[in-house]
Design a protein around this ligand. Sequence first.
Ligand SMILES: Cc1cc2nc3c(=O)[nH]c(=O)nc-3n(C[C@H](O)[C@H](O)[C@H](O)COP(=O)(O)OP(=O)(O)OC[C@H]3O[C@@H](n4cnc5c(N)ncnc54)[C@H](O)[C@@H]3O)c2cc1C
Length: 372
Amino acid sequence: MSDVVIIGSGISGMLVARELCAEKLSVTIVERTAATGQESSWAGGGIISPLYPWQYDAAVTRLAHWSQLEYRALCESLFAATGIDPEWTKNGLLIMTDELEQATGWAEQFGEVLQVVDEQTIQEIEPAFAYPGGTAVWMPQVAQVRNPRLLKALKVFLEQHKVNFVTGAEVQGFVTVKDRLQGIKTSQGELQADRVVVASGAWSQSLLTTVDQNVPRIEPVQGQMLLFKAAPALVRRIVLSEQRYVIPRRDGRVLVGSTLEHVGFRKQATETARAELHAMALKLIPALADCPVEHHWAGLRPGSPQGVPYIYEHPTIRSLYVNCGHYRNGVVMGPAAARLLADQVLARPPILSIAPYSLTSRPADREIDRAK
Ligand SMILES: Cc1cc2nc3c(=O)[nH]c(=O)nc-3n(C[C@H](O)[C@H](O)[C@H](O)COP(=O)(O)OP(=O)(O)OC[C@H]3O[C@@H](n4cnc5c(N)ncnc54)[C@H](O)[C@@H]3O)c2cc1C
């Protein structure tokens, strides 16, 4: 029997496993699908910043900020240990926006590097960008990771540290005696466990409902992405305009995203979204017209009220922990969220106040913010 069982092999589950291994706990990760890390964490863009970061609650900024300071070292240590490079790359984020006062006020409050830039500077920052007129801010410190590679590196690292992966096993409920947790029920049978972490992304609410009606408010929000095959350095910066962005990878590939669709658990890449993302990509970067689309996919974000994740020990079922609801920012908030959860499992002083992420701090009937 492992010291801790984690449900879900996305970035939220694997980063918690990494934290617990570092403290010599034995860990099992149980994953529903045949392979690990194939859901939202794979589908995402890997920008190490919220989009329009000043629009978010301070609880999101604090986790993002803590992680941003750690990301480079995290990726370098995984690369050194596994030979798989998550491609942490600081190429900055250029945002077209007229919310200059809010943006600069936020940057001042949280000590973030953000500059208001004029037309000439915008064109110097990203010559391939078809500047449409209007105002912009530049965040030169923002980095990205190639998230599928980060997930692969994490998996190999965790295997090196004897984490046990059980794949193709859907967790269907929990075994409790009174309010004491004794294990989980899976499609492959029961597994004993004293401590369980739910890191099941968009599926976390329904899973937690099997044990208690007092659950986090999580809703799937579909996002679709397009991938262009382009020459290296055709695009150099992450550019965000009209809620759509381009992300250039080191090998020249360019990701374009992303839609926000409230369509339940249906995960489907559609022709309508493909056409809309394609048109937007060419509007932002006209040179992409000559580049083939290599891939088009969809993922389900774990939507939560205001995008603030739930990171807590269950108020009545001791040793049941939750790390879910990271919505649009699970990659950037991942390391801090995992550390904060591990602090609770290990009864350590937390890196940040845990109050904003608890179940009780937010009414269960609060709407998922559909605007962001
Ligand atoms: C298109 C798109 C773009 C994005 N871009 C960014 C970005 O640029 N930056 C950023 O920070 N974030 C981004 N995100 C958000 C980010 O990807 C998510 O917030 C994050 O991946 C959530 O990670 P997770 O591990 O909680 O969930 P997931 O990665 O979805 O992992 C949950 C896992 O739990 C498993 N599971 C579910 N139920 C069960 C069960 N009952 N039993 C066993 N296993 C189960 C699932 O199969 C899955 O593997 C984006 C998301 C999308 C979709």
